[in-house]
Write a protein that binds this ligand. Structure first.
Ligand code: NAP
Length: 305
């Protein structure tokens, strides 16, 4: 068998990566988890989680801390570094970092996903009223008016969270029906600080020091109007964090990694888990399920090498 630095390298320390780490550490594999920022992934910016079994309600930050502590207690080593690229073959995988290269027998890609942008010039207002993180920025909008964009779980859940601070939240959605879970919809409709703006898209933002106006257009009537707002939170879906991948494994047309029932990608010994994977559901519970399968698949792969 080819000699490598590790049995398993995991990329990304969100719920999927940390779960894979827990399973690999318990399987006594020589494992390293690489994370470019803080362990926790997207749940770090999720205010409140109430659909992960065992926790009637827990903050994303606390759940991330618990997962990390559990993994480290089992011996998982986590290194803060960014993956630059991958060189993959069946019996040897090379992970290229900024300062060195590491070799491994197997690899789990659990690098997650990030918020998609609208592409209406919002970039120049980031930090000046535009955000995708209510947990980080909602408090800046105490007693103010904000626009939230999107109709999925994230937009609706975070719009509700914004009402803890803002006086008024316009929820702008491009259709006349939300995509979010029904329980979240019910809460949003009952919240008198939230006003739904149906069938509408944001066409631009303006303001002198920061966001002052959000321009919207009704896609059915073509009517255009301006909402006076101090901020604009954008939650219109996610894109996979795969800048290091460079077609090393097969993906769908959006860049989400294709994997089979064992979470194996197009390269034997390389697995994908969590939001970065092409999957019909992106939840903490599905991410940890993917990761448990991926870690055990990696263990079996190494045994059979
Ligand atoms: P999502 O489910 O893909 O929803 C994106 C929303 O943005 C959709 O309503 C979509 O409209 C809208 N949209 C997309 N592109 C747009 C554009 N260019 N302009 C205007 N609107 C646009 O994304 P998400 O809400 O970020 O959720 C991502 C994943 O995480 C999902 O699988 C979700 O279930 C999961 N998640 C779960 C929870 C939870 O369980 N509590 C919380 C957060 C996220 P259409 O509906 O018209 O397509």
């Amino acid at each position: 068998m080819v000699k490598t630095d590790y049995d398993l390298v995991i990329i990304g320390a969100g719920p999927a990566g940390l779960t894979a780490g827990i399973y690999a550490a318990r399987a006594r594999m020589k494992v390293l988890l690489l994370e470019k920022a803080f362990p926790g992934g997207q749940i770090l910016v999720t205010d409140w989680i109430e659909n992960y079994p065992g926790f009637e309600g827990i903050s994303g930050f606390d759940l991330a801390e618990k997962m990390k502590a559990q993994a480290e207690k089992l011996g998982l080593k986590i290194e803060t570094t960014e993956v630059h690229s991958l060189n993959l073959s069946t019996d040897l995988k090379e992970v290229v970092l900024k300062d060195r290269r590491i070799t491994t027998k197997s690899l789990i890609i659990a690098s997650g996903a990030s918020p998609r942008s609208l592409g209406v010039g919002e970039d120049k207002f980031i930090g000046k009223g535009v955000s995708s993180c209510a947990t980080c920025d909602a408090a800046f909008f105490k007693e103010k008016t904000v626009v939230a964009v999107g109709g999925g779980d994230t937009a609706v859940q975070e719009a509700i969270f914004l009402t803890k601070f803002a006086n008024k939240v316009y929820l702008v959605h491009r259709r006349d029906e939300l995509r979010a879970a029904k329980i979240l919809q019910e809460r949003a409709f009952k919240n008198d600080k939230i006003e739904m703006v149906w069938d509408s898209v944001v066409t631009g933002l303006s303001g002198f020091f920061g966001v002052e106006n959000v321009s919207i257009k009704n896609v059915k009537t073509n009517e255009e109007k301006t909402i006076k707002a101090d901020g604009c939170f954008i939650w219109v879906g996610i894109l996979p964090n795969t800048s290091f991948l460079n077609e090393a494994v097969e993906t769908d047309k959006f860049g989400f990694i294709l994997a089979d029932a064992k979470m194996q990608t197009s390269v034997p010994g390389v697995y994908a888990a969590g939001d970065v994977r092409d999957t019909p559901l992106r939840q903490i519970s599905t991410a940890v399920g993917d990761a448990a399968i991926a870690a055990i698949s990696a263990e079996h792969f190494i045994e059979n090498l």
